[in-house]
Design a protein around this ligand. Structure first.
Ligand code: RP5
Length: 181
């Protein structure tokens, strides 16, 4: 009866339903078999409290969806795209050709050529369409690079990165001391 007096959006507002923040980073990958690698990027974004979306988008299995994803990402509020793929890894480059957003490519380790194929496919983008490429399998660095890109225009985010770097270096130094101590 209390809610009977209100309708539509008003009812939602009265109930104070928490709204999810819009994703700022898009994590995409060519196959679900890339997920064990790509989850590290998601973990970093979780640690920094950055909202993201994560989806399977294949350049050769779902090319129309890839086109739609890349051409609508900017309008959906995405600021950075992290794209992982293995083998003939054309996903990051093709997405970068379809959006003005920065694209970070993650070469996923393949079973036949250990990811060397993925690395060369992603890193060798011709002049004009850049893809920032991380090391084979290093999706964590892709997440960290996305945080740094967002931090370029966000001092609070930059401070978080500085704190992360200080604690990371400190824990490494501690580990080293324990080893030699
Ligand atoms: C690429 O082919 C994917 O990015 C993946 O790394 C690789 C193998 O895909 P699956 O055969 O495991 O689906 O498109």
């Amino acid at each position: 009866p209390v809610l009977a007096a209100v309708d539509g959006d008003d009812a939602v507002n009265k109930l104070d339903v928490p709204t999810k923040p819009a994703p700022s980073v898009g994590i995409i990958m060519g196959s679900d078999s890339d997920l064990p690698t790509m989850k590290d990027a998601a973990q970093v974004l979780d640690d920094f409290g950055i909202p993201y979306e994560i989806s399977i988008v294949s350049a050769h299995r779902t090319p129309e969806y890839m086109y739609e994803y890349a051409t609508t990402a900017e309008a959906r509020g995405i600021n950075v795209i992290i794209a992982g793929a293995g083998g003939a890894a054309h996903l990051p480059g093709m997405v970068a050709a379809l959006t003005p957003l920065p694209v970070i490519g993650v070469p996923v380790k393949s079973s036949t050529l250990s990811g060397n194929d993925s690395l060369l496919s992603i890193v060798q983008m011709p002049k004009g369409i850049p893809v920032a490429t991380v090391a084979i399998g290093n999706a964590a660095n892709a997440g960290l690079l996305a945080v740094r890109i967002l931090g370029a225009a966000n001092p609070g985010q930059r401070q978080k990165m500085a704190r992360y770097m200080a604690s990371w270096l400190f824990s490494r130094a501690l580990r080293f001391e324990r080893k030699i101590g």
